[in-house]
Design a protein around this ligand. Structure first.
Ligand code: SAM
Length: 380
């Protein structure tokens, strides 16, 4: 852990977009040294010196938890790499890759012991979810990851975004990333979905607007270079949540946030209020839904365990059979904060801690139930 005042350096994570290329081929391509250009290839100029490796990338590894995630040393600038420009690789922090993996069971998890069980259940690894809703979807990192993970099982996704500009960004991204076959984008509010849609949903990813207080600013990224890049065309965005945490606008916003604009208590409480409302809706209004993942890139308890605590103390939700599922392997040490008075297994939920997990600060929880309802039982 760096001393106070010295920002944390995180690895650079790059998710392979398996809708465009398989990980093995890409890894082989990235690791293959480029040969030096010949005189002819060099436009008649000096041939490159033998042994010169052009644009060689530093050594990278494959993440131990998240499928298809490459881990580069801190400071590796991949923004201009052909695989990133060609959308074969997406720059996405490891923490932000976890919700989709947890929802689709693509990451190993601890067995969940339920009350009254003699033997331990394993995480419900039943039939794959066929119809999944991303309730707060733009700019689409998690939606497109869900598409990539679920493609082998023919997953269908509905990606909902209420902000029209963001929905536009999301649609564009879905096209560019080759995910349109799996994702239907809808510019609407999560609360306004028709009953036809609500009746069909089997799983929900809920990653709502949050304080983004977990996003670590990365000093090792060349801010100026990216400011120039953005000035060439991309318009800075007003909301830190529009772009993913690797976007430099976001990084700068959050650096400012950390230095002088700590989110106020009332702002966090307001966000938590909306988050509780959204999660309550997810757990009450989708009769065929059997799995919900709730996540934030916040480190505030109010937006994380506080929201989970509040919704599970709602009798209507408990009655519908929703319980927390133990996620990630036992070796994942940074767990949801459980106080002495908590009767809920909040340690089944996880946190990501920059110092321990080498990711942004993040929170992920998963709710499951075995029995689904007939539509009439659902709260409208
Ligand atoms: N999951 C996204 C990703 O990984 O790229 C990031 C989501 S961002 C944290 C939250 C998004 O939810 C924002 O774009 C916001 O406009 C949208 N949103 C918030 N409330 C919503 C609602 N009630 N219905 C639909 N979208 C909503």
């Amino acid at each position: 852990v760096p001393p106070p005042g010295v920002p944390m350096k995180l690895p650079r994570y790059a998710r392979v977009n398996t809708l465009k290329i398989d990980t093995e081929t890409l890894v082989e391509r990235l690791r293959r040294p480029k040969r030096a250009r010949t005189e002819e290839e060099n436009g008649g100029g000096e041939p490159q010196r033998r042994g010169v490796i052009r644009g060689a990338l530093p050594a990278f590894t494959i993440d131990e938890h998240v499928p298809d995630l490459l881990v580069f040393p801190s400071g590796t600038d991949l923004h201009n790499h052909p695989s990133v420009r060609g959308s074969q690789v997406i720059l996405q922090d490891k923490s932000s890759c976890l919700p989709a993996c947890v929802l689709l069971g693509a990451v190993p998890c601890e067995p969940t012991q339920k009350k009254g069980d003699k033997k331990k259940n394993t995480i419900p690894a039943d039939a794959p979810l066929e119809y999944v809703l991303d309730a707060c979807a733009a700019p689409g990192n998690k939606t497109t990851q869900l598409a990539a993970l679920g493609a082998p099982h023919g997953i269908k996704l509905l990606a909902v975004e209420r902000d029209s500009k963001r929905a536009g960004v999301l649609s564009q991204r879905v096209q560019t990333l080759n995910a349109a076959k799996h994702i239907n984008v809808m510019n609407t509010d999560f609360f306004d979905l028709t009953s036809d849609v609500r009746d069909a949903v089997q799983g929900i990813l809920l990653d709502p607007s949050c304080s983004a207080s977990g996003v670590v600013s990365r000093v090792d990224i060349n801010l100026k270079q990216h400011r120039d890049f953005l000035n060439k065309g991309a318009k800075p965005v007003e909301d830190e949540n529009l772009l993913d945490e690797n976007d430099l606008v976001d990084q700068e916003e959050n650096t400012k946030d950390a230095k002088d604009k700590k989110p106020s208590v009332s702002r966090v409480e307001k966000l938590a209020q909306v988050q509780r409302k959204l999660l309550t809706h997810a757990l009450l209004s989708f009769p065929a839904c059997r799995r919900v993942v709730y996540s934030t890139c916040s480190v505030h308890e109010e937006e994380n365990e506080g929201v989970v605590r509040a919704v599970l103390s709602d009798e209507r939700i408990a009655k519908k059979g929703w319980t927390l599922t133990n996620i990630m392997p036992r070796t994942w040490r940074t767990r949801g904060w459980k106080s002495k008075d908590d009767t809920l297994p909040l340690d089944f939920t996880i946190r990501c801690d920059p110092a321990v997990d080498k990711t942004n600060g993040f929170y992920v929880s998963r709710f499951d139930r075995d029995v689904v309802e007939t539509p009439a039982e659902t709260v409208a």
